[in-house]
Design a protein around this ligand. Structure first.
Ligand code: ADP
Ligand code: UDP
Ligand code: MG
Length: 231
């Protein structure tokens, strides 16, 4: 059971004009007070944000595609936005590329701005933010800029050995899918992502999913979380 504790009417307050800050229908801050197995009821015009967390190769992107198909979310992959920025030849491109190659985390300001722009450009209210926030600093930057917290947080829990195997077999030609960068990414995940996971666990928003098994088996653990939502 969830209780709405505040409306955030200043959403996207740093942007000039957005579809989310023009009326009473804005993000809500929610607080759980009995169970973390229930999710707030979304409504059109009031964005419903799910953060999708997990180490490299834990299956975040794969499961996001299934959630999109079943529940009508829009998939916003922070990594894809950063790779798109590199490909576009933007001023940030070379910094982003070297950061990704080293398995480090791109400055929050850059990532949050890309996520914000993407959300504003999409005509949907259900968002999966995949691979973000990767650190407490990321989390705070999102909350400060967007003025809201996620409604649901998924965490795909996968053993390191399995993640390494999957990433090395991914075959998407990514600069960071090599053993040296994977080791670095796993170290950074251990150091910086756990505090975020713990934070949302304490807030009663975390849904931890064992990410070992077939894609369909894992999705059957995800499905009930969103079952209250219609497509
Ligand atoms: N349950 C699974 N079992 C085996 N391989 C998987 C599973 N889920 C995803 N994969 C594969 O593992 C690789 C990493 O998956 P991906 O969804 O890109 O993970 P992430 O976004 O967390 O890095 C991809 O090649 C994907 O096809
Ligand atoms: O919010 C983000 C998301 C991604 N990245 C960078 O982009 C890389 C690839 O991220 P992605 O989520 O695509 O990787 P995955 O976890 O899916 O393998 C990461 O290792 C980071 O270097 C980042 O800095 N901030
Ligand atoms: Mg991914």
């Amino acid at each position: 059971m969830w209780r709405r504790v505040a409306s955030v009417s200043h959403l996207f307050s740093h942007s000039k004009s957005t579809k989310f800050n023009q009326g009473a229908s804005t993000f809500k801050i929610w607080e759980t007070f009995t169970s973390e197995s229930e999710i707030p009821t979304p409504s059109k015009g009031s964005p419903f944000v799910t953060f999708v967390l997990g180490g490299p190769g834990s299956g975040k992107g794969t499961q996001c595609a299934k959630i999109v198909e079943a529940f009508g979310f829009t998939h916003v992959s922070a990594g894809d936005l950063l790779r798109r920025e590199i490909a576009s030849g933007s001023a940030y491109g070379s910094v982003i590329l070297s950061t990704i190659r080293e398995g480090k985390i791109v400055p929050s300001q850059v990532t949050v701005e890309l996520i914000q722009k993407e959300m504003e450009s999409i005509d949907n209210y259900k968002f999966l933010i995949d691979g973000f926030p990767r650190s407490e600093e990321n989390r705070k930057a999102f909350e400060q800029t967007i003025g809201a917290e996620p409604d649901v947080v998924l965490f795909f829990d996968c053993p390191e050995q399995e993640m390494v195997k999957r990433v090395l077999n991914r075959n998407q030609g990514r600069v960071d899918d090599n053993i040296d960068t994977i080791k670095k990414r796993l170290e950074i995940f251990d150091e910086l992502n756990w505090p975020v996971i713990n934070y949302y666990s304490q807030r009663g928003k975390l849904h931890k999913i064992n990410a070992v098994g077939t894609v369909d088996e894992i999705f059957e653990k995800v499905r009930p979380i969103f079952a209250p939502l219609s497509k």
